[in-house]
Design a protein around this ligand. Structure first.
Ligand code: AMP
Length: 252
């Protein structure tokens, strides 16, 4: 596996290229995306970039878990060909000024609690798509609204690549794997289990009841391009967790 730090170091692509955008701190959720990409492409590129543009001023950018050595090892074992791990100024050099606004979809749910989050996500994804020129890009159902935003971006700007959505990978206790789970103390982790338990009821009222003791940002039924999901964001201590279950409809 090659590690590229600059855009110029990326290899010219031959055959089908699959891109997996990530922020690192790999877990089995990321590995499922790598496996899906490995299965249907000649070249698999994973990006590892903790994108400052998608973090709010009071969010966890500074303490976001980073372990590039471990990530590189796991990516290599998963069959990734190229790990693109640029410094922030390679992506946002001085004078950077252009941003992608995905409209109403970016302002609901997560967007209400994280203003400018999806603007940062859409912008970095468009940049990565232009830099890597993939035929397919892989995202997790865990971040259902992000997946919908990326699909909207691809459709609206005629980007001409396939977006593949991989089902959510969960731990034995039901909690969706997330790099942010590392922040949880054992007590917080026990409390966090209420989130997947509540969503698993697939019933808004029962879920509300089960989340009564947690600090809930939102718990809503949402429709993303015809796929209905029950989605929630909760805060457990200083950690913010999101999750969703599909109620109806295929991943569009
Ligand atoms: P992140 O590094 O957290 O930005 O995640 C990179 C990609 O992995 C995103 O497309 C996420 O939706 C996806 N992902 C994160 N957690 C999971 C999970 N538990 N199951 C499946 N995909 C996931």
């Amino acid at each position: 596996m090659r590690i590229a730090r600059t855009i110029a170091e990326l290899p010219a692509s031959e055959g089908r290229v699959g891109l997996v955008p990530t922020m690192g701190a790999f877990h089995a959720g990321h590995l499922a995306l790598f496996a899906a990409a490995r299965e249907e492409n000649n070249l698999v590129v994973a990006s590892l970039f903790v994108n400052p543009a998608q973090f709010g001023p009071s969010e966890d950018l500074a303490r976001y878990p980073r372990d590039e050595k471990r990530d590189a090892q796991l990516a290599e074992e998963a069959g990734v060909d190229v790990l693109f791990a640029p410094p922030a100024d390679e992506m946002y050099p001085e004078g950077y000024a252009t941003w992608v606004d995905v409209g109403e979809l970016g302002r609901r749910l997560e967007g209400e609690f994280r203003p400018d989050h999806f603007r940062g996500v859409a912008t970095v994804c468009l940049k990565l798509f232009n830099i890597v020129r993939p035929d397919r890009a892989y995202f997790g159902q865990k971040d259902a609204q992000q997946a919908a935003v990326v699909k909207q971006l691809v459709r609206d700007l005629n980007l001409g690549l396939d977006i593949r959505i991989v089902p959510t990978v969960r731990d034995e206790d039901g909690l969706a794997l997330s790099s942010r789970n590392a922040y949880l103390s054992p007590e917080e982790r026990a409390a966090a289990r209420a989130l997947p338990k509540a969503l698993a009821t697939r019933d808004l009222q029962q879920a509300e009841h089960l989340l009564a003791d947690l600090d809930v940002d939102y718990l809503e039924e949402a429709n993303f391009n015809g796929q209905r999901v029950l989605a929630a964001a909760v805060r457990v201590g200083r950690t913010r967790l999101i999750d969703n279950v599909v109620l109806e409809g295929e991943t569009p």
